[in-house]
Ligand binder design. Structure first.
Ligand SMILES: [Zn+2]
Ligand SMILES: [Zn+2]
Length: 137
């Protein structure tokens, strides 16, 4: 896969970033930590080759949290709005990009549901729930 440039931002748009890297894997992680930290069913992350994250704006709003549990768990986020942002793992061997933070379409599709056995009891029911363009009536 070729090197690609992607850009992204947080919800409040104070933080904007750009990354040039090679995407390796796009996965949904259903582990308990990812569910907690996103407040949702799973984390949608793109794993990429290590690369420098260029903070186009708002670098001062970027906070890193390393959770020292059974597995080291990292969350990087905007301190204003809480949105997840990309980060390098501690050893600097992998780059993780929360897919929802991207402003451009990633040239990779989700290929893995990891920590599947840890998925929430309601995740699969949601997949077959009725769909609406906006709010449900
Ligand atoms: Zn923000
Ligand atoms: Zn996880």
């Amino acid at each position: 896969m070729n090197q690609i440039v992607v850009t992204g931002s947080c919800l409040c748009e104070k933080v904007r970033y750009s990354i040039t890297s090679e995407f390796q894997q796009f996965y949904f992680c259903h582990c308990k930590q990812c569910r907690k930290v996103t407040g949702s069913a799973f984390a949608a992350n793109i794993q990429a080759k290590p690369a420098e994250i260029t903070w186009i704006s708002g670098a001062q709003y970027v906070k890193r949290f390393d959770y020292l549990g059974e597995r080291l768990f990292t969350k990087v986020f905007c301190v204003e709005c809480g949105s997840g942002l990309p980060f390098l793992n501690k050893s600097g061997t992998k780059l993780f990009i929360p897919a929802g933070s991207l402003d451009s379409k990633p040239c990779i599709l989700p290929g893995h549901n990891i920590f599947w056995d840890d998925r929430s009891s309601w995740y699969e029911a949601g997949l077959s729930a009725p769909r609406y363009e906006g709010f449900a009536e």
